[in-house]
Design a protein around this ligand. Structure first.
Ligand code: SAM
Length: 330
């Protein structure tokens, strides 16, 4: 395996998140515009063979971890065949998937069989009515059944991601965390990021420090050393709990110095920073006959321009986000 490429700030880039669709079967108020959005035309979305080709090229350059995301990846037709093809790319060490869990009951065993070792499920609330309010769909029990199906299928760890928003679900921080006493889940609390401008961001945002303070009141927390592939989360465990707690603080803490990520959007744009609107088009050159070497060179050029850090705290930044999370791929 080649060593992972490094960017101009000496960061090793070994992780690619691949968004395979801009469609989603939920309408989370903080993620999708209430006014709806223009869906990509099918011809704009990368075909499976194009995605697999780009993953192969990335892996040949030293990328070793891939996460499939969206939109909602499980709504794309024949997603298991894509997972299987990607999992067979020689040199790939880890293949994972992020889902809202709505279809997970049907897919859990198939995903495991298709090479998905780890799953992240977005779950912002344990209250069915609130779930319906946040997501626009009364599907809490289906998501919960999906989480259980993933656990029973032996997908490990199952990570639950909760975006914490003041006045929306912050009163559930403790209950979400207490799940780790009952299940071996990794419950991860994520700071709300300013993707949607119609939100009064300042009044909804809760910093990770406040989340931590609340968690410490639940039970004694011990800090865990992050494993190599654990990304930007800080890891904790309540004493005696089988599960873990993760804290992801993209807004209040820069994890940019250790950022190892690239993102491929469903329409074939490569992004080197979630919070920068810079992206390079890989679909166009690929469809015009570019060779693998030319595409690899374009990827390397993008990696070389990966920004040193995001500007999340800067007011200027808020004006420059061109795509919401469902469109980039969370
Ligand atoms: N459909 C899949 C899902 O629900 O997990 C994958 C795509 S979704 C865009 C990925 C993640 O982005 C979800 O966990 C969602 O909560 C998160 N997300 C969306 N908008 C966000 C925001 N403004 N701040 C923080 N996280 C956000």
């Amino acid at each position: 395996m080649p060593a992972p490429p490094t960017d101009s700030f000496h960061r090793k880039i070994d992780y690619l998140r691949v968004s395979i669709t801009d469609r989603c079967n939920l309408r989370c108020s903080y993620c999708m515009p209430a006014s709806g959005f223009a869906k990509l035309d099918h011809t704009e979305i990368l075909r499976y063979e194009e995605i697999v080709r780009l993953v192969r090229i990335a892996v040949s350059m030293g990328i070793s971890k891939v996460r499939i995301t969206g939109g909602e990846p499980l709504v794309r037709k024949d997603v298991l065949s894509l997972c299987r093809s990607i999992s067979r790319v020689p040199g790939l060490r880890s293949l994972s998937l992020t889902t809202n869990g709505v279809l997970l009951s049907d897919f859990a065993l198939g995903l495991l069989d298709a090479g998905i070792g780890r799953i992240n499920v977005s779950l912002d609330t344990l209250k069915p009515e609130r779930f319906a309010k946040i997501t626009g769909k009364d599907l809490f029990s289906r998501v919960w059944a999906g989480i259980m199906a993933a656990e029973e299928a032996g997908i490990s760890p199952v990570k639950l991601n909760a975006v914490i928003m003041c006045g929306v679900n912050d009163d559930e921080i403790e209950d979400l965390a207490r799940l780790t006493f009952r299940f071996p889940f990794h419950v991860r609390f994520i700071e709300f990021m300013p993707f949607r401008f119609e939100f009064d961001y300042e009044s909804v945002f809760i910093p990770a420090s406040e989340i931590m303070e609340r968690l410490r009141r639940v039970a004694p927390l011990e800090s865990l050393i992050a494993g190599q592939s654990n990304g930007p989360a800080l890891h904790y465990r309540f004493q005696g709990a089988p599960g873990q707690i993760g804290i992801i603080s993209p807004v209040s803490d820069h994890f940019c110095p250790s950022c190892n990520r690239l993102r491929l959007t469903s329409d074939g744009k490569l992004r080197t920073c979630l919070f920068s609107s810079d992206e390079i088009d890989l679909r166009g050159p690929m469809r015009q006959g570019a060779s693998n070497e030319e595409i690899a060179a374009a990827m390397l050029a993008a990696i070389n321009k990966k920004p040193e850090k995001h500007q999340l705290s800067s007011p200027v930044f808020r004006k420059c986000i061109s795509r919401p999370m469902f469109s980039i791929g969370g």
